[in-house]
Design a protein around this ligand. Structure first.
Ligand SMILES: CC(C)(COP(=O)(O)OP(=O)(O)OC[C@H]1O[C@@H](n2cnc3c(N)ncnc32)[C@H](O)[C@@H]1OP(=O)(O)O)[C@@H](O)C(=O)NCCC(=O)NCCS
Length: 167
């Protein structure tokens, strides 16, 4: 194999999967549930996602789609000037392709446009992938909630970005 072919391969490796990011709709929920069940020991129900759709004043939920398929989603509640990130997951087959990063970037910009100055979330101490992602967006551990996760009894790390304007 010549050098040209090698360099072309390296170039293709860096191309990101094209995605669109849009508001969650009712018809996205079945695909979201598939990702939810593959991602969390205690997945949200379809009813829980429907409730988010009904609470449009305080809740924002986004989906990332690739070729029309839901490949990730993220949501937050806006409580005064704080964005509480409630959910984030990427389809296992689409991970490590910067989809989580693109979703969080979009979500935080949306939160700022709605008046958020700070953002917070809970994450399992064992979930290093998510913690690393959040750290890239200025989140730091600000506290621990003992026994937060009912399924395993695990504590939650409470992470904060207290200056979204600095992003
Ligand atoms: C956490 C999650 C959303 C990351 O999504 P993703 O699209 O795979 O992540 P990205 O490709 O955008 O990666 C962005 C950064 O996250 C971190 N990261 C992602 N996956 C990682 C892994 N397996 N190990 C360590 N760090 C990881 C890295 O810092 C990465 O940046 P880098 O590529 O420059 O190293 C995904 O792993 C997931 O859906 N996990 C299950 C659900 C979950 O845990 N949600 C969070 C609940 S708090």
């Amino acid at each position: 194999m010549g050098l040209a072919a090698c360099s072309r391969f390296l170039f293709l490796e860096k191309v990101l999967v094209p995605i669109t990011i849009e508001d969650m709709k009712r018809e996205d929920i079945d695909e979201i549930l598939e990702i939810e069940r593959a991602s969390f020991p205690s997945p949200w129900s379809g009813e829980a996602f429907l409730t988010e759709l009904k609470e449009r004043d305080s809740s924002c939920f986004l989906v990332a789609k690739s070729e029309g398929r839901v490949v990730g989603y993220a949501g937050f509640w806006l409580i005064f000037d704080e964005a509480h990130i409630t959910n984030l997951a990427v389809h296992p087959e689409y991970r490590k392709k910067k989809i989580g990063e693109r979703l969080i970037r979009f979500l935080l910009k949306l939160a700022v446009s709605k008046g958020a100055k700070r953002a917070t979330l809970e994450v399992r101490p064992s979930n290093l992938a998510a913690q690393n992602l959040y750290k890239k967006f200025g989140f730091e551990v600000g506290g621990i909630q003992k026994g937060y996760y009912n399924d395993t009894g695990e504590d939650a790390l409470i992470m904060w970005n207290k200056n979204l304007g600095g992003l």
